[in-house]
Design a protein around this ligand. Structure first.
Ligand code: GLU
Length: 444
């Protein structure tokens, strides 16, 4: 294939109706095309054609009984994308909009993200179109048990290690683990994000957000700057935005906006410990309403149906879902003085939004910025294998070091003159590591 357009035509013909997957592939292909073609051995080995093909995609029926006694049927997936550098590793997403396209894009991204963490983890992702909002605890448990009843035969501590993602937190990981243990008769580290009394790692719930802020700190250091005094707008009020808000506040930044599916909150006073604690309550209540925040904190304003990217801020961090920030949002952010946009959600920006941000301000992609979550999952795997448990300080120090190293890889592969293109840096760094392992393992 001579051009990127020709290559993408092949991808689209082979996997039609998978727009998110095409978007994720195109971004990586654009970054690596030149360096890949400077390596004829890789081209001959068809590494690019192989790396975009999941090693295995499993699709299964998930039947369960709701509280009214009615039978419900959802679809479950596990995409085992690439195991060149370690067992498949990646979260499980429960969200009504989940399709094979979503999980293929996430599994593809995960492969390179995991490679960047420096830990030996392959890439995978799973999930279901199950909508957890408004479901009772019993319904969630029965759904998780049914989901695991099929999934358990495909996973294992040295095969595939799932974790949480959108709609899957500590409670769901608990139910999934309980069912795995019953079926397999093994107590083993087959999932990460477990409870702290049964093999979970310290800092895992905070890890994605903390890691993203550590990454942002490294970027700011290259500008002789820091988070101190910065106005930051973030989206979401889930686990990721909670961790992000907590670390930003600790470092002296002012988090002025958070959001939910119903709209965003502008809080000129900034978040504090009490408000961050309230975010956690909002999340665990499953109410899914940002407006609850302005009901409680009267100085805060709620903007129904709007995104937080219209507020005046120095830094913006997407913490909700893919493609939540588009080109018009980036234009508005730039107009309002934003100097740095960090994708904390996976592929949080549309392709044109990411390109514009990378050209005009500082932009870093999710696979680098949010890798702290899976990195601490990797540390949980190490602790489980060694039957040991590290302290909070130990895990936090390792996470910090990993995020520094991811930033270094981005700079190494993404520097152009006195600028760093973090998209290219992350893609080339992750790709070269996986591609080299694939070359060394022959045609498989
Ligand atoms: N779902 C998270 C991610 O997108 C974490 C995955 C994991 O811990 O395995 O990276």
């Amino acid at each position: 294939m001579k051009t990127i357009a020709e290559f993408m035509d092949m991808v689209k013909a082979k996997s039609p109706n998978e727009p998110e997957f095409h978007q994720a592939v195109e971004e990586v292909v654009e970054s690596i095309w030149e360096i890949y073609h400077q390596n004829p051995k890789m081209v001959k080995a068809k590494i690019l054609e192989r790396i975009i093909e999941p090693e295995r995609s499993i699709i299964f029926r998930v039947p369960w009984v709701d509280d009214k006694g009615e039978i419900q049927v959802n679809r479950g997936y596990r995409v085992q994308f690439n195991s060149a550098i370690g067992p498949y590793k990646g979260g499980i997403r429960f969200h009504p909009k989940v399709t094979l396209s979503t999980l293929k894009f996430l599994g593809f991204e995960q492969t390179f993200k995991n490679a960047l963490t420096t830990l030996p983890m392959g890439g995978g992702k799973g999930g279901s179109d199950f909508d957890p909002s408004g479901k009772s605890d019993g319904e969630i448990m029965r759904f998780c048990q049914s989901f695991m009843t099929e999934l358990f035969r495909h996973i294992g501590p040295d095969t595939d290690v799932p974790a949480g993602d959108i709609g899957v937190g500590g409670r769901e990981v608990g139910y999934l683990f309980g069912q795995y243990k019953r079926l397999a008769n093994h107590f083993t580290g087959v999932l990460t994000g477990k409870g702290q009394t049964w093999g979970g790692s310290k800092i895992r719930p905070e890890a994605t957000g903390f890691g993203a802020v550590y990454f942002g700190e490294e970027v700011l250091k290259t500008q002789n700057d820091s988070f101190k005094g910065k106005r930051v707008a973030i989206s979401g009020f889930g686990n990721v935005s909670w961790g992000t808000a907590m670390k930003l506040t600790e470092l002296g930044a002012k988090v002025v906006a958070i959001s939910g599916p119903d709209g965003y909150i502008l809080d000129e006073d900034g978040l504090d410990t009490d408000k961050i604690e309230f975010m956690l309550e909002m999340r665990s209540s499953g109410r899914n309403r940002a407006e609850d925040y302005s009901d409680k904190y009267k100085n805060a304003k709620f903007f129904a149906g709007k995104k937080p990217w219209e507020v005046k801020c120095d830094v913006a961090m997407t913490c909700a879902i893919q493609n939540e920030c588009n080109k018009e949002d980036v234009e508005l952010l730039i107009k309002n003085g934003c100097k740095m946009l960090l994708e904390v959600s996976n592929m949080g920006c549309t392709a044109d939004a990411a390109k514009l941000a990378a050209e005009k301000i500082i932009f870093a992609p999710g696979k680098a910025v949010n890798a702290g979550g899976v990195a601490v999952s990797g540390l949980e795997m190490s602790q489980n294998s060694g039957r040991i448990s590290w302290t909070e300080e130990e895990v936090d120090a390792k996470l910090h070091q990993i995020m520094k190293s991811i930033h270094e890889q981005c700079v190494k592969y993404g520097r152009k003159g006195d600028k760093v293109n973090y998209i290219n840096g992350a893609n080339v760094g992750g790709f070269m590591k996986v591609a080299t392992a694939m070359m060394e393992q022959g045609v498989c």
